[in-house]
Design a protein around this ligand. Sequence first.
Ligand SMILES: NC(=O)c1ccc[n+]([C@@H]2O[C@H](COP(=O)([O-])OP(=O)(O)OC[C@H]3O[C@@H](n4cnc5c(N)ncnc54)[C@H](O)[C@@H]3O)[C@@H](O)[C@H]2O)c1
Length: 254
Amino acid sequence: MSTAENVGIFDGRVALVTGAARGLGRDYARYFAAEGANVVLADMKGTEVAATEASASGSRCIGVECDVTKPKSVRALMEVVATEFGRLDVLINNAGLWRGMNEAGLLHCPDDLWEAAWAVNVTGTLRCYQAAVPLMVANGYGRVINISSMASCNGGSPYLLTKNAVEHMTMGMAREVGDMGITVNCVAPGISAFEAAVSALPDANRIVAGNSVKRLGTSRDLYNAIAYLCSPGAEWVTGQTLRVDGGAGPSPFM
Ligand SMILES: NC(=O)c1ccc[n+]([C@@H]2O[C@H](COP(=O)([O-])OP(=O)(O)OC[C@H]3O[C@@H](n4cnc5c(N)ncnc54)[C@H](O)[C@@H]3O)[C@@H](O)[C@H]2O)c1
């Protein structure tokens, strides 16, 4: 259901947001719902509260516990989408591990941290894409958004390497589903104005000072870019990475 303020550009669509129990994913889910989409919020835990919050706009929103690294869990998630809504139009591959990842470097990077970064950020993105595409093909329409990071070109941490892989994977995905009515794009956020994000990044203020637009980003800044890429009008835009970072330099973490 749309309000006067929200034009309802996603009326009748079904959107799935991973990593939606908190942070940016939680806000994306709320914004999609406010613009008319029914939303499935997937996360390891805690999705019910976020789904109830997103439902306040009148859209139908449900929370599903899912570990995106586990094939069985992702298959079960898509079964819920199919059973509850019968279609899937938008997948936001937002679930990600980033806290503590930039400091790890490479020389002394612990194995468990390295493996977790690849499992969630890359394999999780791939698994959700693989499981979502058949539902999108059924309607001949789909929008997949993968989430990278502003500094993905800097290969100095497991986090940034995985986000670089996500951008490359986006191009490959876009090529293989382009003639099925499905676009695949990537959004690379700058540092957003979450206290957790800022406190986890001691360099946040220095990075922001180097931006063209000298403020932290907001979830709304990021959603606006995502919403454009998910709109029917963006059907000829695919395989792209859109940096939404206030004009940060290419390697702000260096
Ligand atoms: N916050 C920022 O400034 C910023 C900047 C650049 C990129 N990003 C990217 O945006 C995305 C969201 O960032 P955030 O700050 O909201 O992160 P966050 O840590 O607050 O939230 C991430 C969510 O992903 C979920 N998640 C982690 N592993 C999962 C798994 N295996 N299965 C399902 N869900 C899982 C977590 O439970 C959490 O709810 C991430 O991909 C992150 O890398 C964030």
